[in-house]
Each structure stands twice: as structure tokens, then as C-alpha cells.
Ligand binder design. Structure first.
Ligand code: HEC
Ligand code: HEC
Length: 383
């Protein structure tokens, strides 16, 4: 196998430190975000979201959701070399894991199985600071250019998807989870402020414990802080612990709002033109009317909590590179809508034919000749 210098190789050896730092910065950033007084109440968040959504709907001067993706367009014309990509991926593996599955809590997303053009665009956006990712940014900047991007994506293509990703609760679920810090409109910081430090410390003993009924949950809270305190703060405690989803509602919302871009089973779309539910082609064009590649991610088989976070960040405009039409489409979703549609989507499985055929170089394909070793063929396309 070819070896090559990659600036990150020393870092790759200290992967544990990287992950620790990454987790640290990941949890610190959302806290600052939640502490922003302008975003204190759900209503304020909703207003900020509406303002950001309408600003996004009109492309900002000189900007567009794909405007900083020039590097992506360059990369899409190149062929990737999975062997070169493997060396680069050593650095990525520290956070996204050698499997490419990410982690079950969805801090680090699964990359395996994602459409290549989506990976390319996201990496280019992160490098261009068009998608905020302070955790990954220094590592993304070690990538030297379009060829490196396409090589690492070619390697990611050789990774099989996680067959058992973490799905949503699928119904009743009461849990006080730290993850809530990043998910609109819930913030444990607001809870701490209301119940006071002593009560909050006691509530922490319940953190991550999943209760299947509201009654059991309330009984546990009452045990922890006493029934008087519970009565005083019941509404906010329940709001923070409410992970309940409704899969029937999720199905309805998915079919009405998501199919045209993410496909009928969350398979996304890598093609130049999408095909709508009516079988007709939908042209994808930029604000100047030029054709652009479809950057519609696979959401099937991705970790529930990651999907939920991204969905909520897209809604409030925190993920700035989102498609403005999606932002508009989900503007009025309540927290229950959001959890339910994402829970429903997290249960989909990819099917044969959902991925780009490999080997067709006319379709921005990959340098994978028939004579090459089997392992160079993306795992999801192997027999
Ligand atoms: C220090 C940890 C870390 C390292 C190293 C890292 N990433 Fe990431 N990456 C993240 C985090 C965290 C996110 C999700 C950010 C968010 O929630 O918006 C992410 C997101 C992504 C995404 C977007 C996925 C999606 O579904 O939209 C891609 C693509 C990606 N990383 C590729 C890479 C590649 C390629 C490398 C190696 C060059 C790499 N990452 C290295 C932490 C890391
Ligand atoms: C108009 C097209 C469109 C519609 C409608 C749409 N999306 Fe999206 N969605 C996108 C695009 C494009 C992206 C990637 C944006 C980017 O480049 O950052 C995305 C990203 C996402 C992500 C983040 C994925 C990741 O890997 O980071 C989630 C989750 C998601 N959409 C869920 C949904 C759900 C659920 C619905 C329906 C309620 C929906 N979307 C409706 C186009 C759409």
C-alpha cells in the first residue's frame, strides 16, 4: 500500500486526547449558545428562527446555501483514490470511529453510507466556515484541497453502514438528558435556574434514566426533590424530560414534508435531478438558474439524536448551510413534530439502487477499475 505524509498522522496516534477535547468543546459550545439571553425563552427562539429563516430564504448578498461550495464543485469532477483516502481517514477515525459509524449519542455523525456528493459538500462547507463545526474545523483544515477531499470520501465509501443505529424512543419516554442542551427549545440551563442548584443536583441523579411512563418519572422526581418542590416546578421539569414521540404523526409529517428531497425511505438523492413522488423530474438550480448537483443527504440509518440535533439547528438557523426550502418547510414544526418525524425517519433502511453506481466516470464516479482489489469497491455495493 502506498504511504504518504499527512500532517495529521501524529494527531491520529493521540486519538483519545482528540476525542476528549472534542467532547469537551462540543459540550461547551452549546452551553454558550443556550446562555445567550436573546435566546432565553422558547418564544424568543421561535422569533429568532423565523427571522433567520426569512433571511435565509432570500440568499444573503453574495451568498447562497451552496455559494461557498466551489471547492465541492471542483472535487466532484475528480476521481477519488481510497488508498490515499485511508491515510487521511486515520485522523477522522478519532471522532467518526474506524467503522465510520459515529457514536450512539450522535455527537459524531455516521459517515458510512452517506452519498459522496453530500460528504464532499459538507466537508467543503465546514472548511469554508459555512457550517459551524468548531470541533472538527482544525482537522478539516488539514485536508489539503479538492483531491484530498475526494480521496477521503472514496475511502469512506468502502465502509458499511451501521446495521443497528440508535433509533428514537418510538412512543413514551421520559428522561432528563444532557443532550437536551443542544435541542431546541429545551435547555437544562433554564431548568437549573428555575429549580435552584440544590434541586438540580438531586435531579442529576435521574439523568439518562429512561422512564416509560409519566407517572413513574414523576414518582422518581418526587423521591429526589420532594413532592412540594415537584409541584412548584412540575411544568418545566416535564417539558425538559419529555422525549415522547408519535410515530403515526411522524409518518404523516414525513410523507407530507420530506419525501420530495430525502426520498420515500430517507435515501436522499445524489442525482443531478431529483424525481418527485409523482415520478416527474425536479430540476435543482442555484439562484442564477444554473444546474447544480443534488446535495440531499441520506437520513436512513443515521443516529436519531444526531438527526434530531441537526433538524433543530436547521430550523433555528444555527446550521447556516441548510437548504432554504427545507428551512421554510419545517418553520412551523413543534417540538413533538420534530421528535416524531425524526424518530420515524431514523427507522428507515437503505435499499439496493439507492446509491450511485460506481465505476461510471461520466457521473463524477470513482477510480475503481474492475481489475482493482475487491476492497476498493464500496462495501454497500459488494455482494
Ligand atoms: C475532533 C473530532 C472530529 C474530527 C477529527 C473529524 N470530525 Fe467530522 N464531524 C465532527 C462533528 C462533531 C460533526 C458534527 C457537527 C455538527 O453537529 O454539526 C462532524 C461532521 C462531519 C461531517 C458532516 C456529516 C453530515 O452528516 O452532515 C462530515 C462529512 C465529516 N464530519 C467528515 C470528516 C472527515 C472527512 C474528517 C477527517 C478529515 C473528520 N470529519 C474529522 C467531529 C470531527
Ligand atoms: C427542499 C428540500 C428539503 C426538504 C423538503 C427537507 N429537506 Fe432535509 N435537507 C435538505 C438538504 C439539501 C439538506 C443538507 C443541507 C446542507 O447542505 O447543509 C438537508 C439536511 C437534513 C438533515 C441533516 C442531515 C445530516 O446528515 O446532517 C436532516 C436530519 C433533515 N434534512 C431532515 C429532514 C426532514 C425530517 C424533513 C421533512 C420534515 C426534511 N429534511 C425536509 C433538503 C430538504
Amino acid at each position: 500500500m502506498k504511504k504518504r505524509e499527512f500532517q495529521g498522522s501524529i494527531l491520529a496516534k493521540t486519538s483519545k486526547i482528540i476525542v476528549a477535547l472534542a467532547l469537551l468543546s462540543f459540550y461547551v459550545v452549546p452551553v454558550c449558545y443556550a446562555a445567550d439571553p436573546a435566546l432565553g425563552s422558547a418564544e424568543a427562539i421561535r422569533q429568532a428562527a423565523a427571522a433567520k429563516a426569512s433571511a435565509l430564504a432570500k440568499p444573503p448578498p453574495g451568498g447562497h446555501w451552496t455559494a461557498t461550495a466551489e471547492e465541492a464543485l471542483e472535487a466532484l469532477k475528480l476521481n477519488g483514490d481510497p488508498e490515499e483516502g485511508e491515510d487521511i481517514y486515520n485522523v477522522c477515525a478519532a471522532c467518526h470511529f474506524p467503522t465510520g459509524w459515529g457514536d450512539p449519542l450522535g455527537v459524531f455523525p455516521q459517515l458510512a453510507g452517506q452519498h459522496t456528493n453530500v460528504l464532499i459538500k459538507q466537508i467543503a462547507d465546514i472548511r469554508a466556515k459555512n457550517r459551524d463545526n468548531p470541533t472538527m474545523y482544525p482537522f478539516a483544515m488539514q485536508i489539503e484541497g479538492a483531491q484530498d477531499i475526494v480521496d477521503v470520501c472514496a475511502y469512506i465509501q468502502t465502509r458499511e453502514m451501521n446495521p443497528n443505529p440508535r433509533v428514537g424512543p418510538g412512543g413514551q419516554s421520559w428522561v432528563l438528558s444532557n443532550m437536551r442542551k443542544e435541542v431546541w427549545p429545551i435547555s437544562l440551563d433554564a431548568l437549573q435556574k428555575e429549580v435552584g442548584n440544590d434541586n438540580f443536583k438531586k435531579l442529576k441523579s435521574l439523568e439518562e434514566k429512561d422512564f416509560k411512563s409519566k407517572e413513574d418519572f414523576l414518582a422518581a422526581v418526587s423521591n429526589a426533590i420532594g413532592s412540594g418542590e415537584l409541584e412548584k416546578h412540575k411544568a418545566l421539569i416535564l417539558k425538559n424530560a419529555d422525549w415522547v414521540t408519535d410515530l403515526t404523526l411522524g409518518k404523516k409529517l414525513f410523507e407530507e414534508n420530506c419525501v420530495k428531497c430525502h426520498g420515500d425511505h430517507g435515501q436522499g438523492n445524489w442525482q443531478q435531478d431529483m424525481v418527485g413522488p409523482d415520478g416527474k423530474k425536479i430540476e435543482s438550480t442555484d439562484d442564477k438558474g444554473n444546474k447544480e448537483p443534488a446535495y440531499y443527504p441520506v437520513i436512513a440509518g443515521q443516529t436519531y439524536l444526531y438527526l434530531l440535533r441537526q433538524f433543530s439547528w436547521i430550523q433555528i438557523g444555527k446550521r447556516r448551510n441548510a437548504n432554504p426550502d427545507m428551512v421554510k418547510q419545517i418553520e412551523k414544526f413543534s417540538f413533538l413534530d420534530m421528535k416524531s418525524v425524526v424518530d420515524y425517519a431514523s427507522r428507515f433502511k437503505m435499499k439496493e439502487g439507492d446509491w450511485q453506481e460506481v465505476g461510471d466516470k461520466d457521473e463524477a464516479g470513482w477510480d475503481l477499475d474492475a481489475e482493482e482489489e475487491d476492497e476498493d469497491i464500496p462495501a454497500h455495493l459488494r455482494e
